[in-house]
Design a protein around this ligand. Structure first.
Ligand code: IPM
Ligand code: MG
Length: 359
């Protein structure tokens, strides 16, 4: 029986609630398909600040890098909002991404047909469903670039800077992902202003002949933000920089109406991947058995697929989630107004329903 080492980071707020259910689903998968998943729980974010004074203790990064994959719940909360920049819980995320060298962030924005009523766009705009994959650069650009401030606080600056290899490895993943999907990739940038964007375009043009089946397009980020609400069906894969991907992935997830359902994967070259739901830590409902564990459970499906090459098992989780939704079960966040109360369940029950649907 194969053993896989998974580092878990429950983190803050609802993090522990949803990680518990996700591990339950993984155990059920292990039992059914004959794998052994071994978890090591580590501290990051506010939980780590409270215990150690640091958002990302060295031990955490070490354990994560030495595991086969990392599963993260959520970090952050109002309790730590007033700490200085480098002591905030979010610092743990950037530290993990940089430290684990997971330079590519895959954020699928998918509309679940069972939840289409929650889509904020008119049916004539989103009626055919939404299925966009945002490939966001994650360890470079302005979030990691040189920054500074004048001593007298009269000026501050951050730098957007990309090297050709940094761009190439993102685009490679974008092209390869497009090949497995609808064979379209849109590079989003601000090439009418930014020199770094112009370099992204040059690199794209150089690589495109290697993927003749992929239809490549370019779009300025301001236009892309608008096109996402005007005609989201035009997008298949969007490949973009760290900051533009951060912004557009929030927008894309919201227009699916399924924000409590969306998973993400952060991948590097050969080390472990980092998997997490895209939603936040929702401290107001922490520990109350109200959080929706499905995005984390679906992150496990991505983990199985990308880090362990267990496609069948990944699909089993995705199908089980669909089955539970088809049967009408909802957590409060995806229930919508006037949903029958006897079909609204808590975190634990939702986890149990997915496990049941796996059988
Ligand atoms: C995200 C988040 C993070 C980011 C923050 C919390 C640092 O917004 O994962 O998109 O900007 O990358
Ligand atoms: Mg973000």
């Amino acid at each position: 029986m194969a053993t896989y080492k998974i580092a878990t980071i429950p983190g803050d707020g609802i993090g522990p609630d949803i990680i518990r259910e996700a591990c339950g689903v993984m155990d059920a998968i292990g039992k059914k398909y004959g794998h052994n998943f071994e978890y090591t729980e580590v501290l990051a974010g506010g939980a780590a600040i409270d215990k150690t004074g640091e958002p990302l203790p060295e031990e955490t990064l070490k354990t994560c890098c030495a595991s086969d994959a990392v599963l993260l719940g959520a970090v952050g909360g109002p309790k730590w909002d007033n700490l200085p920049g480098n002591k905030r819980p979010e610092k743990a995320l950037l530290g993990l991404r940089g430290g684990m060298k997971v330079y590519a962030n895959l954020r699928p924005a998918v509309m679940f047909k069972q939840l289409s009523a929650a889509c904020p766009l008119k049916p004539e705009i989103a009626g055919n469903g939404l299925d966009i994959l945002i490939v966001r650069e994650l360890t470079g650009g302005i979030y990691f670039g040189e920054r500074g401030r004048k001593e007298d606080n009269s000026e501050a600056w951050d730098t957007e800077r990309y090297s050709v290899p940094e761009i190439e490895r993102i685009l490679k993943l974008g092209f390869e992902s497009a090949m497995k999907r609808r064979k379209k990739m849109c590079v989003v940038d601000k090439a009418n202003i930014l020199e770094s964007s112009r370099l992204w375009r040059e690199v794209t043009a150089r690589m495109a002949p290697n993927y003749p089946e992929v239809e490549v397009s370019y779009m300025y980020v301001d236009n892309a933000a608008m096109q996402l609400v005007r005609n989201p069906g035009q997008f298949d894969v969007i490949a973009t920089s760290n900051m533009f991907g951060d912004i557009l992935s929030d927008e894309a997830s919201q227009i699916t109406g399924s924000i409590g359902m969306l998973a993400s994967a952060s991948l590097g070259d050969d080390g472990p991947g980092l998997y997490e739901p895209i939603h936040g830590s929702a401290p107001d409902i922490a520990g109350q058995d109200k959080a929706n564990p499905l995005a984390t459970i679906l992150s496990c499906a991505m983990l199985l697929r990308y880090s362990f090459n267990l496609d069948k098992e990944a699909l089993a989780i995705e199908n089980a989630v669909e089955k539970v939704l088809d049967a009408g079960w909802r957590t409060g966040d995806i229930a919508g107004k006037d949903y029958p109360a006897d079909k609204i369940v808590g975190t634990k029950k939702m986890g149990a329903l997915v496990i049941e649907a796996l059988q």
